[in-house]
Design a binder for this molecule. Sequence first.
Ligand code: MN
Length: 243
Amino acid sequence: MKNLLPLLIFPLVFALAFVSCQEGAGDASEDNNARSVSQVIHELADLPYAHDALEPHIDEKTMMIHHGRHHQAYVNNLNNAIAGTPLADMDLIDIFAEMSQHSMAVRNNGGGHYNHDLFWNIMSPDGGGEPEGDLAEAISSTFGSFEDFQAEFKRMGMTQFGSGWAWLIVDADGNLKVTQTPNQDNPLMDVVEERGTPILGVDVWEHGYYLHYQNRRGDYIDAFWNVVDWNAVSELYAAALSS
Ligand code: MN
């Protein structure tokens, strides 16, 4: 009987580990719609830097919760929403182009996944300063100066009522514009007024800044400029113009 004990214990340990994994995934859900992911279609990429790398401008705890919980929940809920449907085989950008034909679950979570991927990648611990080259010239000729652009972008972030995003986009004619969208909408979706390709965005959901800045959204946007990776934004600008 003594020799049988490991045979009984090992399956039990594995079963408990499995259950605990499933519960962990459920914790990340924002809307209590915590079904387990039935099919991995979209995946959460690692941050391109450490969670504390954007300190003191964006704090480590906010980054851990924002990426590991909120973004993960968008990914899980998106996968659940599209599993077994034709959308599972489509790029998000193609889904956004016909967004009005799809469910709010796909709109909110598809937008949530795409927007956060962009957000993580246009920030860097080596960011800040001003853009150079073609993007710098386009910003000056469009908005008057870099400072005028910053003021207009901040105004978009400040006047977005409730949750949403402020964007710098390239429209269909190749012109720069600053816009805002509610919730997890983005300028690629056919449901928004001002459409274009986003090359810079700031998340003005309270989950993006409340731990460190509380209600001071303006201070958060001011600090955001210190971590903007203008090289990444310039690459997105060039890609948007050539597409
Ligand atoms: Mn967010």
